[in-house]
Design a protein around this ligand. Sequence first.
Ligand code: PLP
Length: 486
Amino acid sequence: MNFISTRDLNDVVSSAEAIIKGLSNSGGLYVPEEFPDFSNELKILQGFKYEELALKISKAFFLDLGEENLKNCVREAYEEKFDVELKNNFLELYHGPTAAFKDAALLFLPQLMKIAKEKLNINEDIVILTATSGDTGKAALEGFKNIEGIKVIVFYPKNGVSTVQEYQMLTQEGGNLSVVSIDGNFDDSQTGVKKIFSDKNFIEALNKEGILLSSANSINIGRLIPQIVYYFYGYFKLVNNNKIENGEKINVAVPTGNFGNILAAYYAKKMGLPIDKFICASNENNVLTDFINTNKYNKNRELILTESPSMDILVSSNLERLLFEISDRDDICIKNFMDKLNEEGAYEISSKMKNNMSDFYGYSANQKEVYSEIKRIFNEKEYLIDTHTAVASVAYSKYVNQSSDKKEVLIVSTASPFKFVRSIVNALEIDENNNNDFKYLEKLASYTNLKIPQGLKNLKDKEIKHDINCSKDGIKEAILKILGSK
Ligand SMILES: *Cc1c(COP(=O)(O)O)cnc(C)c1O
């Protein structure tokens, strides 16, 4: 299978190249030339373990990396490190080292990159630049820790992540890893990092020093494909729990930021998984809700810092891949939209394109709704969800109220509630004003009878290893400084 750029159909690369490059030369994203069809294999796949499904799906896209290699990838990535559970229709994807769903992809991507690098005979050091709104950064750091020949620099918005998230990153061990805080919001960091990738002079200068730049953001196709796996796995959990017949359609509700997670569900549907509706859930940064309801994408608004910070995004990069499909793969049209987005901050899709995404529904939830949802579900079901998952849960209720659609649903649960402990404590109204997130962890554990995830325990006693800060225009200098000193 080859991969093509959303902005240039003539830009065709192997999976190894797509994984190493991240972004195409024209600034487009790589997408599979075609989608494999599993619709006749659903009966067989029903009995597969997570790792078996991961192998099956990665083989369908990345077979040119070698079957044995992919087997090793899956084992190294997931064995005894990652697990998915289904509880009350919530698909819990956060049972990994960093307690958020990004582990599913970021445990796998480094393994793919290692092989891709060998396949392409790349002897240079690869430097991965990642802009994070909190969860990607830590997951990338964990995934790439001590992987030879690859360095990682993570940029996060200084005041845009939770205390637990910040501590998780700043205490990260591993000689190949750096963490930088940016004075700005997530869009500033993402835009800043994207600019570096289109700065030809800078990239050439680094190449001369034996350094190749790459990305671990969800724009990398090597991150997206592993996310398809848990939709198949979750679907079969519903089948195996006798909630649905194999072949019956379900809906999915996804807390959405950069549009990677929900796009993976869309890809799963293209591969034959019986998904009917996609409920795209946003917080107060409801650009996608507006887009789905008006056909117009408009990022010209203030970014609001919410209590679901991993969704505080105004430019959802992976939407470009959906636009590509619903425009019937019209690269010129996509380039046009993306130029408009760059220049005017907005674009509007045609009604034909809109028709091609009629299975998408957009709803948003504000903080008050999120708090009362967390409390309601805990009181009614003794089940605790985090703030991101609560956004999806509210959106799903709004969808059901409007549509009366009672199909089974997978509500994607993206983070452990302990990761956003301050918000959860506030939502449950068990705050004693002691104002210390680490005390709250213990408080929440005893109140709910839940265990603090392994990766979040003892966080406050760990040594801080990173202290670099830069302005939103100082990203290049920060990179040079880090690379010069290592
Ligand atoms: C990243 C993230 C999201 C958003 O996922 P996208 O793929 O960017 O849409 C939602 N919830 C949590 C906890 C996350 O870390």
